[in-house]
Design a protein around this ligand. Sequence first.
Ligand SMILES: [Zn+2]
Length: 249
Amino acid sequence: MLSEQKLLVVSAHSADWVWRSSGTIAKYLAGGAQVSVVCLTYGARGESGALWRQEGQTAENVKKIRKEESFNAAKVLGLKDLEMWDFDDCMLQVTPEIIQKLNEKIREVQPTVIITHDKGDSTNPDHSFARQIVERALVEAKQAGIPSNGLKPAKACPIYGFEASEPERSGYVPEVYIDITDYFDKKLEAMKCIATQVEGPHIHTRLSTHRGWQAARTIGSKDIKYAESFTMSTALVVEELPELKLQKF
Ligand SMILES: [Zn+2]
């Protein structure tokens, strides 16, 4: 039941979550789920090239624009809990400080599902470091013995991995598809808020269309037009072996 889900999405940069999971987020919100998104950095250095071509540009102004874009996308989706953290991109590090901060966010949210970057995402090194940060923070969040501002430990939950922008270069193989056909219009509208990365809507419309075709073909459906795909961090535990059909858990 989506209304019982608490989804936490952790994005290395300000727009990764929009490209890779905004259809899923729109679907979860429509189903009554609680959704929280954390961007570890603004992506002001490595994913804001178009802004830096403007004369007299400053880091402060780039961050302001990237923040506005991300919050505009959140508004389109009806997402209320979006946090932008100001760690440095292009040199994102797995530090005790960022792990502790995310540990506390995980304890606050008590997620049933986490989505973040895939382990093998080589599009930007920050993406695989973000994955390591999430894995470390989740381990800490589950431990009662780690002081965390009095927040209670989180329960174990699966980590799903985003699709990379260039999946073949990252050795990416989809392990789960989520049907976003009814939410693709929202995704497209959200993607168009990210004006700095002009190629994003094209790249991710193509990927969502391709994954939709694959998902439809897998289960013999004529109804799935768009899908987002993810990798899985753990095996499913089920009462019965799943058949090839649209699964509802
Ligand atoms: Zn990124």
